[in-house]
Each structure stands twice: as structure tokens, then as C-alpha cells.
Design a protein around this ligand. Structure first.
Ligand SMILES: [Fe+2]
Ligand SMILES: [Fe+2]
Length: 174
């Protein structure tokens, strides 16, 4: 099923999440430095994007699905929040099994959301998703990585405007 427009920013973030998950899993068989870098990339993305992404899913998708699915969503988010906290601790990269677990848990969670959770929300509550359409602008504004990629500009749609805007802000600061 084609992804509902309201869920597209979250689905675009899933693509990046899967790349992070693969890097974590691949690094678990590599050197300590590779695991260290993969965990650092995950922690960076967690703070910038994933934390907000999780909150948006709970706010937007959670109320539209069955109690069973909502419970699974919250339980898997809780597990990943715990793993993210542990991933940021010094020495986390020393444990290849832990790094593999973070990658596998993130991968499996995203796959479940794309294959089951989002599909269920679209099937059972298309009108509610239509009504939630304005949240797209809010998500795009808070997390530019959720915007569609513009191949001509070589960045996410609106990315350059934002850069121009932030530099204007910087020059106008007294
Ligand atoms: Fe999620
Ligand atoms: Fe997600």
C-alpha cells in the first residue's frame, strides 16, 4: 500500500534508521573503532531525530491502531530508549553483542512499523490521517531530514532556505 502522505515524513526517517541499523550490525563484526563510530552515529541520530520521531509516532499513530499494536509500539520504544541510553555510556563499543543487539532491535522495529503498524493505521483510519495532514509541516520544520530529497538542489526540500535563514539570523544577532 502506498504510504499515506501524513506518514511519509516518518517513513523517510525510517530509511535513514535502516542505514544506521545496518551500520551497527556490520560494525559488530569489525574493529572496536568501527563499533565506536557506528554507536556515535546512532547516538547523534538519536538525539537529533530518533527521539522526536518516536514521540511523533506515539502521538500520531498510537491513537489510530489497536490496543495490542499500541502496546507493542510503546514496549519496543521503551526497549530502544533503554538501549540508546546504554549506547551513550563509555565503553559500550567494547561489547560487539550489544552493538549487534542495538542494530537488530532498531531494524526489526522499523520493519514492523512499515509492514504492520503504518499499514494498519492507513487501513483503519485513513480519514483521521487526512485530518492530521498539518502535522507534516511541523515535522518537516523540526526535523529537516524528514523532508523529501530534492535531487536538483542536492539536499532536502527547503534545506537551502533554512541554511540561508539561519545565516541571516546569525548576521542580525547584535
Ligand atoms: Fe518507532
Ligand atoms: Fe519509526
Amino acid at each position: 500500500m502506498k504510504r499515506h502522505e501524513t506518514l511519509q515524513p516518518l517513513s523517510r526517517e525510517h530509511q535513514k534508521g535502516l542505514v544506521l541499523a545496518k551500520r551497527l550490525r556490520d560494525s559488530s563484526g569489525g574493529s572496536g573503532q568501527e563499533r565506536d563510530r557506528a554507536l556515535a552515529a546512532f547516538t547523534h541520530a538519536w538525539n537529533r531525530e530518533l527521539m522526536g520521531h518516536f514521540a511523533d509516532e506515539e502521538r500520531i499513530v498510537g491513537p489510530l491502531v489497536s490496543l495490542e499494536m499500541r502496546s507493542r509500539l510503546l514496549a519496543e520504544h521503551a526497549e530502544l530508549r533503554t538501549l540508546a541510553a546504554q549506547a551513550a555510556e563509555p565503553g559500550a563499543a567494547l561489547n560487539p553483542a550489544f552493538v549487534e543487539k542495538v542494530g537488530r532491535t532498531l531494524h526489526d522495529h522499523i520493519r514492523w512499523e512499515e509492514r504492520e503498524l503504518f499499514e494498519a493505521a492507513q487501513e483503519t483510519a485513513p480519514d483521521a490521517l487526512d485530518a492530521l495532514h498539518p502535522v507534516i509541516d511541523d515535522i518537516h520544520a523540526r526535523r529537516p531530514g524528514s523532508r523529501p530529497y530534492d535531487p536538483e538542489a542536492g539536499c532536502e526540500v527547503g534545506g537551502r532556505e533554512e541554511e540561508a535563514g539561519s545565516s541571516d539570523d546569525a548576521t542580525s544577532t547584535p
